[in-house]
Write a protein that binds this ligand. Structure first.
Ligand code: T46
Length: 134
């Protein structure tokens, strides 16, 4: 199965523009209860972020402005995808290594998270991640 799992949000467009609504706990488009929302923006040119996995946390990332590249790695396979649609969420399961790069100036990456922030949930060393996957 591909590591790239998109969730297509319905875009409610009319002549004024587009609108995406995510109803929490209703239609369950997002396959977990959202406990935290954060966003990444103004990432400097040539900067890469991420370089970690989460033991428990699941997330849905939505590039609501601009574009960036997301690299996902399950310890066996590495896949890379350009994120540039505000109507598509990328589901990132637990125990997946992620790297983000190629941020456009106007990139805003919104992230819906299944857990509150917990530094002890991070695996920030790739060798430790591979060891934990075995
Ligand atoms: C992820 C990718 C997609 C907090 O205090 N609370 C938070 O909720 C978050 C997400 C971060 N922080 C602090 C921790 C660091 O001091 O903000 C600082 C930057 O976080 P970090 O270096 O982890 O950022 P990224 O862009 O490398 O990774 C983030 C998320 O941390 C991570 O869960 O999956 O975005």
């Amino acid at each position: 199965m591909s590591l790239i799992q998109w969730i297509d949000f319905q875009s409610l467009g009319d002549k004024r523009g587009q609108l995406v609504a995510i109803d929490i706990g209703k239609e369950r488009e997002v396959p977990f209860d959202i406990k935290r929302i954060y966003y990444i923006y103004h990432t400097a040119e040539d900067v890469s972020r991420g370089f970690h996995a989460h033991k428990k946390l699941k997330q849905v990332a939505i590039c609501i402005s601009g574009s960036c590249r997301m690299v996902l790695d399950d310890g066996c396979t590495r896949e890379s995808i350009v994120m540039n649609s505000p109507a598509k969420g990328l589901l990132i399961e637990s125990m997946i290594w992620r790297e983000m790069r190629d941020f456009s100036d106007d990139c805003v990456l919104l992230v819906l998270a299944s857990e509150r922030y917990d530094e002890s949930d991070y695996i920030r060393n790739y060798a430790d991640f591979i060891k934990a996957k075995r």
